[in-house]
Design a protein around this ligand. Sequence first.
Ligand SMILES: Cc1ncc(COP(=O)(O)O)c(C=O)c1O
Length: 359
Amino acid sequence: MNFRSDNESPISPAILGAIEKANIGMAYSYGEDLISQRLLARFSELFEHEVEVFPVATGTAANALAISQLTPVYGSVFCHEMAHLYSDECGAPEFFTGGAKIVPLSGELAKIDIETLENVMGGVGDLGVHETQASAVSISQSTELGTIYKVHEVQQLAKIAHSKGLGFHMDGARFANVIQSLGCTPAEMTWKAGVDILSFGATKNGALAAEAVIVFNQDRVQGLDRRHKRAGHLFSKMRYISAQLETYIKDGLWLELAAHANKAADALSKGFYKLSQYSPIEVLYPVEVNEIFVKLPESVAKGLKSRGYEFHHWPGTRDVYRLVTSFFTDLKDVQEILLATKELCDLKNIDEDKGNSCL
Ligand SMILES: Cc1ncc(COP(=O)(O)O)c(C=O)c1O
């Protein structure tokens, strides 16, 4: 029973089927096949805007390529201190940008604090040629703590960035979970709110090494075709990546898959909330997509692991654990881990006492 990561989920059968369907005969290479040629129209339709689409194999590549479009080598990119591109991509953004500086900012719930960004932007340019050129702001949507920037928050941050001439990037590794959770349109969450470039994730939500850099702002696209090739992401057999992305966004599959992941996380967090009323368990942050951060007594965490439940200890903490659900999470496993937790907390009677059957 794996609650370690949505990266450990399999491929959605519909997406695997799309790969198989694309597997007939010869097809033009390097994105000149019919499926890849259709992608632009499909994504433009989805976002209600003319976009450019660059399929890549990983979220790291999507972020690093996107960022490299927004900054010169002597520039700086502002993001949250927990952002994947700052702390988890082994310097790929610095490498792809040719050495731009990534500047971490603080903020509650892994979201860049609006006032902090305003203050930082207020000082931009004070040191003239001695400082790196402030060039972009990047946000993770959803964040590394499974929280979400609301549309108005994205608008505010993008407005501040744009007012100083900076580009605005969104790391949407779990973009589907966000759109499903908020119920807004992809357009409202991106270009209408001021996003210039989006890293559009699909792998965590049922695809096989298929992500895309989506450019909304035509002023920011120049040269990305060459960067894409230079980074080694212009696949010769692009049709198989494109087929996945096409099927993923067709007929709402992406949101359907995300809905299941979010529903499982919601059920899991509600169960933990209930248990937290009777035990030292604590759900730490709002559960807005498919990630749950929970404080567990060591004996409970150990007990769950020994019963075969897998989840990560959160680095830098003593007793915080992260549980992640996916489109593949079995709701039965959710019920079972809650029952096991209840047992390990010695709370067998709480349902009877409170007449509450949420476990
Ligand atoms: C928010 C976020 N962005 C980017 C990535 C990078 O994706 P990948 O591991 O495919 O490079 C991840 C991966 O977990 C992520 O959680």
